[in-house]
Design a protein around this ligand. Structure first.
Ligand SMILES: CC(C)(COP(=O)(O)OP(=O)(O)OC[C@H]1O[C@@H](n2cnc3c(N)ncnc32)[C@H](O)[C@@H]1OP(=O)(O)O)[C@@H](O)C(=O)NCCC(=O)NCCS
Length: 198
């Protein structure tokens, strides 16, 4: 298995992996994320796209794209990790872990000062991400549980870079900022118990 930047010809294979991974329990969710990522790409917002490839088949994918941090002195270009997908039958074999590591390096190489995501603190916290609220950072939506909003900072990060994350419009058009009930209420409760604010 190889982890490397995606080739343009791999877009259909990537699309299939995203829809299979996010749609495993709910096909509509798979379509939501697949449609979102296709449009992020078509809008030229992608900073990096990495694939896990085996026997010329895409079995995993991670996207890194543009967003802003609305800091007091100025708007800052930052990076966001999403989506992360492993083909369902290939999960639990370390592919996601390798993709996250590659995405962090891609975020670093992009020259942006920070890489954000919304996701499980158990999963990403063990793979290099820290709670963003510790830096005074706020998620784009109040519907993101505090422990789910995470960041990796790079050399260019400076202390004044705090404030609210701002997603390009496409994330809102696909209703992909934060969570909605009942998932929101469930995860807020779970994270508050398992990852209480320090
Ligand atoms: C999340 C995902 C990419 C992980 O891929 P993977 O290749 O299986 O990752 P790894 O093999 O490196 O790590 C798997 C471990 O992470 C854990 N894990 C997976 N998803 C998790 C989650 N949402 N929360 C906490 N832990 C999670 C698994 O329990 C597994 O542990 P185990 O192997 O001891 O059972 C994959 O489960 C996936 O595609 N899920 C559907 C899409 C999704 O939810 N993406 C993340 C959105 S933030």
């Amino acid at each position: 298995m190889e982890i490397r930047p995606a080739a343009p010809s791999e877009a259909p294979g990537i699309d299939a992996v995203i829809r299979a991974a996010f749609g495993a329990d709910d096909a509509a969710h798979g379509d939501q994320v697949g449609d979102l990522w296709a449009e992020v790409r078509s809008l030229g917002l992608v900073l990096a796209e990495l694939v896990a490839v085996e026997d010329a088949t895409v079995v995993g994918h991670v996207g890194v794209s543009h967003c802003w941090l609305d800091a007091r002195p100025q708007l800052v270009d930052v990076a966001m990790l999403s989506p992360l997908s492993t083909q369902p039958e290939r999960q639990h074999q370390g592919i996601g872990t390798e993709l996250v590591a590659a995405a962090i390096e891609a975020g670093r190489s992009s020259g942006r000062p920070a890489l954000f995501l919304e996701g499980s603190p158990a999963y990403y916290g063990a793979r290099g991400f820290a709670r963003a609220s510790a830096y005074g950072l706020e998620p784009a939506s109040r519907r993101t549980p505090e422990a789910a909003f995470q960041v990796v900072t790079f050399d260019g990060y400076e202390e004044w870079m705090t404030g609210r994350l701002v997603y390009p419009d496409v994330w809102w058009r696909h209703d992909s900022a934060g969570l909605r009930d009942p998932d929101l209420a469930f995860l807020e409760d779970l994270f508050a118990r398992e990852f209480p604010a320090s």
